[in-house]
Design a protein around this ligand. Structure first.
Ligand code: HAM
Length: 421
């Protein structure tokens, strides 16, 4: 049997792969216009970074990491997310000693050993943006608006924004205790009881109906916020409204990573089934300190490229018919000498800025013309022995079928002229 891609992974193939590139481009365009600089960090990091940054009790760290020992005996992990790496990099290079906030964006593969299903993969792609070193509700709102604009730029209309706040180090401990008191009185299995002690907020996110049924009266963080968190959240909400970005308050929104404080949000799409989150993020005021750095209040998000594309397909925005035609000109050489000439003509056309491809492998005229039709080209350039002798080539308009002989020396200018429209 031929080898297959590992479970939970897949290949991006043309023409769908073009759409993946277009999605990445459209989701990053708004942040690039807002002063965010591009950062690339390693695909693997010291395991300790994610254990400390994402949190030991999260599913991501406890169950889903691709961790391995390298030949030097170091414990390394394929990154399951980008935020911890960005903070590590900012601290390592002292970017936070300059102008604040440090605004960065990234685009890359992430790896999580999850139960694979539609929209949930073990290797997936995120676009991320992080703004480090400022506690300012306008920054939270800016990032949320930029993500919303990214989705809108793709033509998506079914993306909904869910908004919550998780409080800060002043008010969260009191809420945590109240939640633990409530949860301890419920009828829950042993692993869940353990979770109450380590990470009670995660219990709210338990999807099992028998657990959800018992959570109806659970205390909510909104009822335990300190004045500062309340005011901060009000301002974020009011700025979003002013910017025309609609949101739904979701006091039960819990994120799967431990570093969040205050603002948290998720973008969901109803056309995706159970894996409905197309993006998510929030504020992480304590992460820098968790990684040994100074206080660096920060906020960010990551948007899932794979799920965004699924959302586009669900809205009929990403059919094969929207794929761009691949080339403008297709060369059909007939014979050895024609192949040499065609090779050079293609090179010339490309250097002149046209998209061009040709038939390879010594195909006959029928096979080569089939290639021309499939290529999406507007013109075929056909070159046979008789044409060479006459110093010209046949330029065929593939839509109308019209064919004219054009001197070889004028092919490039002629095609440039005709393709200008
Ligand atoms: P996250 O919610 O874990 O957040 O991931 C963000 C997005 O990545 C999700 O909303 C989803 O679209 C996509 N995603 C996550 N897991 C998978 C998967 N297994 N298959 C396909 N897509 C997936 C973070 O990663 C945080 N680092 C976001 C952040 C940045 N918070 C602050 N700054």
């Amino acid at each position: 049997m031929t080898l297959q891609a590992p479970k939970g992974t897949f290949d991006w193939l043309p023409p769908r792969s073009e759409q993946a590139l277009a999605v990445r481009e459209a989701l990053t365009a708004p942040v690039r216009r807002a002063g965010y600089g591009y950062i690339e960090t390693p695909v693997f990091e010291d395991t300790a970074l994610f254990v400390r940054g994402v949190g030991e009790s999260t599913d991501i760290v406890s169950k889903e990491m691709y961790t391995f020992e390298d030949k030097g005996g170091r414990s390394l992990t394929l990154r399951p997310e980008g935020t911890a790496s960005v903070v590590r990099s900012v601290l390592q290079h002292g970017l936070h000693n300059g102008q604040l906030p440090v605004k960065l964006w990234y685009s890359g593969s992430q790896f999580r050993y999850e139960r694979a299903q539609k929209g949930r993969y073990r290797h997936f792609w995120q676009i991320g943006a992080e703004a480090l070193g400022a506690e300012d509700p306008a920054l939270d709102a800016e990032l949320i608006v930029l993500a919303a604009d990214g989705y809108a730029g793709l033509g998506l209309t079914g993306v909904r924004l869910l908004l919550n706040t998780l409080g800060d180090k002043e008010c969260r401990p009191g809420y945590r205790t109240a939640l633990q008191d409530f949860l301890r009185a419920l009828d829950l299995d042993e692993p869940t009881r353990q979770r109450i002690e380590i990470n009670p907020l995660r219990v709210l996110d338990d999807k099992r109906p028998e657990v959800q049924a018992q959570l109806a009266g659970a205390p909510l963080v909104v009822d335990h916020l300190c004045e500062a968190c309340k005011a901060y959240h009000e301002e974020v909400r009011s700025l979003l409204t002013a910017a025309g970005v609609a949101y739904t308050d979701d006091p039960r929104l819990v994120r799967g990573l431990d570093y969040y404080t205050r603002t948290t949000f998720e973008f969901v799409h109803d056309g995706l089934g159970s894996q409905s989150a197309v993006g998510g993020g929030g504020r992480y005021d304590g992460l820098s300190e968790m990684l040994g750095g100074p206080a660096l209040p920060s906020v960010g998000w990551a948007l899932g490229v794979d799920r965004t594309l699924l959302a586009m397909e669900a809205e009929g925005l990403a059919g094969a018919e929207t794929a761009e035609s691949r080339v403008q000109v297709y060369g059909v050489p007939l014979g050895e000498e024609a192949r040499r000439r065609m090779f050079l003509l293609m090179t010339e056309l490309r250097r002149a800025g046209l998209d061009a491809d040709m038939s390879f492998g010594g195909k006959g005229v029928k096979g080569a013309m089939k290639g021309a039709d499939r290529s999406g080209a507007s013109y075929a350039v056909i070159l046979g022995e008789r044409d060479i002798a006459a110093g010209s080539a046949q330029v065929k308009d593939l839509a109308s079928g019209d064919q004219t002989a054009v001197p070889l020396a004028e092919i490039v200018t002629t095609l440039k002229e005709r393709l200008k429209k």
